[in-house]
Ligand binder design. Structure first.
Ligand code: ADP
Ligand code: MG
Length: 288
């Protein structure tokens, strides 16, 4: 059996762990970079993929609109032939923070108060009503570009300026109530089970992403956190996912679902290699 791994950085921990896990089940890993593929319309296969039995997407990477679209089109064409996990649709759903939260909310899952607007006056009104908010990029990742605002008459001019600046950059404002916390939870779901979970403690500031100096520590989930995480992955259509939970005074909310999650934090904190679960599940789906 040959299992393709879509990578952007083949030295990344999760990519290397997937290679090891694929070899451990006696299959052959084939690393594929979508930006190295030349696709000719009318050719029967995408070059380099004709004898692959299934594909695991580690990472698609960011880029210009046309470049990202092309990569997703390649994944869609591959997925029409062989199992691809996660599917391009699931990755796209999860990557979009507004659409994914809509799907989660529709599935009855707890999410933070969130609004999206192109009107800066509406954003200021929300800030004043909610007291404290974060504004995030809709297609953000690794905690990059998240800004926190506190409603304060003495800061109203600065707040308005910053909101106008973000709006000029992005054309839209994804606004969420600020949830006070010094840690969040990252839950790694594979199939219908939780393969691992960690707390991520904010070491500097308030953002907990490991790429922003967050510290991973083991975390034991309660049953409803486990069930909600599995349902969240399902809501976006993901076979495996990293689900971010924030604890609140009433329980917890789901901040987002990651369709191309790293397994490194869970390995570092708990010694659990989630790629083993992904590869085992993938092998049961492969075409031979
Ligand atoms: N509503 C919020 N209130 C407080 N902190 C938040 C909120 N949303 C996000 N954060 C912090 O920012 C981090 C990144 O946010 P997240 O929505 O997961 O986006 P990303 O895709 O960048 O990881 C979270 O892990 C958390 O530490
Ligand atoms: Mg996150």
């Amino acid at each position: 059996m040959k299992i393709g791994i879509i990578v952007t950085d083949q030295g990344d921990w999760t990519a290397l762990a997937l290679v090891r896990s694929i070899k451990k089940i006696g299959a052959t890993p084939i690393l594929l970079r979508l930006d190295e593929i030349t696709a000719c319309v009318g050719s029967p296969n995408i070059p380099g993929t004709c004898d692959i039995d299934a594909v695991i997407v580690r990472d698609v990477g960011a880029g210009a609109f046309e470049q990202v679209s092309f990569k997703f089109d390649l994944l869609k064409i591959l997925a029409s032939d062989i199992p691809v996990i996660n599917t391009p649709e699931a990755i796209r759903n999860a990557a979009n923070k507004y659409y994914s939260l809509h799907l989660l909310q529709k599935s009855g899952l707890p999410v933070p108060k969130t609004a999206v607007t192109c009107d800066p006056d509406v954003a200021i009104k929300i800030l004043d009503d909610w007291g404290e908010i974060v504004i995030k990029p809709i297609f953000g990742y690794k905690g990059i570009g998240i800004t926190r605002f506190r409603s304060d008459p003495e800061r109203s001019i600065q707040n308005r300026d910053s909101i106008d600046k973000i709006l000029a950059e992005r054309g839209v404002l994804y606004i969420q109530e600020f949830i006070p916390m010094n840690r969040d939870m990252r839950v790694f779901v594979v199939g219908k089970t939780v393969a691992g979970s960690i707390y991520r403690y904010a070491e500097t500031g308030w953002i907990t992403n490991l790429s922003q100096n967050g510290r991973p520590l083991p975390c034991v989930l309660n049953q409803s956190q486990k069930e909600a995480s599995v349902l969240a992955a399902e809501a976006v259509g993901a076979t495996f996912a990293g689900v971010d939970l924030a604890e609140t005074k009433d329980g917890f909310v789901i901040l987002e679902v990651n369709g191309t999650p790293s397994g490194k934090g869970i390995f570092d904190a708990c010694g659990v290699d989630v790629t083993k679960n992904i590869v085992e599940l993938c092998s049961t789906m492969a075409r031979r």
